[in-house]
Structures are given as structure tokens and as C-alpha cells.
Design a protein around this ligand. Structure first.
Ligand code: NAD
Length: 244
């Protein structure tokens, strides 16, 4: 993967940051993307990545906004020319049972987690060369559903539909499109889960532990590699066996 250019959305922190570091260790040049308010975290991540000896850049852009993504694509075109690996990772939660959910909790989740796939991918597709890789981060919630997450689970199921359809469209250019569906991974997102609920969840996970960010990053690394050349339209679950 040495010398390949990879964009990971929402990568100032969390799973995205881990993916960026993992791909940088493979020799990829890295484009960190996040929202402007995450600049401080993004710059720290950028330093860690540059220390690995690869070329890296932070581009502030809001993936829920088409024009913002267009500007990001223009910067990538100018500075990197091509984009070999795209990881659509940015995501948010605003959990609430549907009975109490407000429009302010529904629409932003759809915009950041699902509309972003159109906004980002549509704008960079022309600079993804033959043999490129698109990896979309879904969730087990999009496969099995989850209490209090009608908004989030809808987006993550949508990510799978997008993945499978785009895989059919771009296969002739040897571009693969796959999804990774993490389960409960140690992160800021799952740190919000109350302790009692977490204990119940751990009971349900066959491997009896939460996943680590590296577990997800390693799945992304595999799908981005030449070893995964004949896999397209798949959903790789990284969930300790919790979903079926
Ligand atoms: P996180 O909140 O730590 O990181 C998400 C990043 O996305 C943040 O840096 C955030 O600023 C950024 N982001 C948010 N809105 C954005 C926007 N509009 N434009 C650009 N960037 C934006 O979350 P995480 O746990 O690292 O999750 C990463 C992905 O993995 C998400 O898609 C999430 O749904 C998915 N996921 C996580 C888990 C888990 O257990 N943590 C499980 C399943 C799926």
C-alpha cells in the first residue's frame, strides 16, 4: 500500500484516527478529515501520522454538506491528484426512543451518517483510479437494530445498501466497495453507554469483551489491501460474534 493516498472521514479521533494510523503504518499518505471544531485533535493526529514518515494533510469539511465535500475533493485533486482509498467513517449518534425522538435528533444523524456517503463519494469518485478501494463504516445496529436507535440504525442499514449498489456500478473499474460493521468498540461513542447497560451488553457478546479500535482498523487495512482484491459488496462484521 506504500504511496497510496487514503482519505478517512471523521478521523481526528476515535476509530477513524486508528484507521488513519494503521494505513499510515502501511505506507499510505493520509488525508485526515473532520469538522473545523475538531481542528486541535486533528492536528495532533496529523503530527502522529507525519512522524510515521508519510505525507499527511488535514482538510476541515462537513461531510453532511455537499458543497463542503466538493471543496474537500478539489483540495485533494490539487494536492494528491488521485485518491486510492476512501473510508467513509464519520458518524454521530443521537439516541432516543422513536416515541420521544425530535426532528433535531433524526435529521442530523441521517445527514452525517448516510447523506455523507453521497456527498463525499460523489465528489471524489472521478479521482479514484481503477483498482481503488471504498470502505464504508456501518454498524451491527444496521443489521440487527438497536433499542433507542431508529435514526442511527436506519443510516447504518442504508450504508449497506449504498455499499452493495455502488459495488455493482464500479466493479468494471476493479474498484471494490465494502462495508465494515463494528459491534461494541471501546471509544468516545460507547463511553456514553451507562455502566449497567454495558454489563448486560458484555454478557451478550460471545467473546465477552468489547472490541478495540485496532480490531476495526485491521479490518479496514485488510479490505484496503491487495489481498482483498476479489471481495466486493460484503459486510465485514467486527463484533465479537454478537450479530447474526
Ligand atoms: P467518534 O465520535 O469518536 O468519532 C467520529 C468522528 O467523526 C469525530 O471526530 C467527529 O468530529 C467526526 N464527525 C462528526 N460529524 C462530522 C461531520 N459532519 N463531518 C466530518 N466529521 C464529522 O466515533 P467513533 O466511535 O470513532 O465512530 C466512528 C464510526 O464508527 C462511526 O461511523 C460510527 O457510527 C461507527 N461505529 C462505531 C462503533 C463504536 O462502538 N464506537 C460501533 C459501530 C459503528
Amino acid at each position: 500500500m506504500k504511496g497510496k493516498n487514503a482519505l478517512i472521514t471523521g478521523s481526528a479521533r476515535g476509530l477513524g484516527k486508528e484507521m488513519a494510523i494503521t494505513l499510515a503504518k502501511q505506507g499510505c499518505n493520509i488525508i485526515i478529515n473532520d469538522i473545523e471544531s475538531m481542528k486541535e485533535d486533528a492536528e495532533k493526529t496529523l503530527e502522529e501520522i507525519k512522524a510515521l514518515g508519510v505525507n499527511a494533510e488535514f482538510i476541515a469539511a462537513d461531510v453532511s454538506d455537499f458543497e463542503s465535500c466538493k471543496k474537500m475533493a478539489d483540495i485533494i485533486k490539487e494536492k494528491f491528484k488521485t485518491l486510492d482509498i476512501l473510508v467513509n467513517n464519520a458518524g454521530i449518534t443521537k439516541d432516543r426512543t422513536l416515541k420521544k425522538m425530535t426532528a433535531e435528533e433524526w435529521y442530523p444523524v441521517i445527514n452525517v451518517n448516510l447523506n455523507s456517503l453521497f456527498n463525499v463519494t460523489r465528489n471524489v469518485l472521478e479521482i479514484i483510479p481503477d483498482g481503488g478501494r471504498i470502505i464504508n463504516i456501518s454498524s451491527v445496529a444496521g443489521i440487527s437494530g438497536n433499542f433507542g436507535q431508529t435514526n442511527y440504525a436506519s443510516t447504518k442499514a442504508g450504508v449497506i445498501g449504498f455499499t452493495k449498489s455502488l459495488a455493482k456500478e464500479v466493479g468494471k473499474r476493479k474498484i471494490t466497495v465494502n462495508a465494515v460493521a463494528p459491534g461494541f468498540i471501546k471509544s468516545a461513542m460507547t463511553d456514553k453507554v451507562p455502566m449497567e447497560l454495558l454489563a448486560q451488553i458484555l454478557e451478550l457478546i460471545p467473546l465477552k469483551e468489547m472490541g478495540q479500535p485496532e480490531d476495526v482498523a485491521n479490518a479496514v487495512k485488510f479490505l484496503a489491501s491487495d489481498d482483498a482484491r476479489y471481495l466486493s459488496g460484503i459486510v465485514l462484521k467486527v463484533d465479537g460474534g454478537i450479530s447474526f
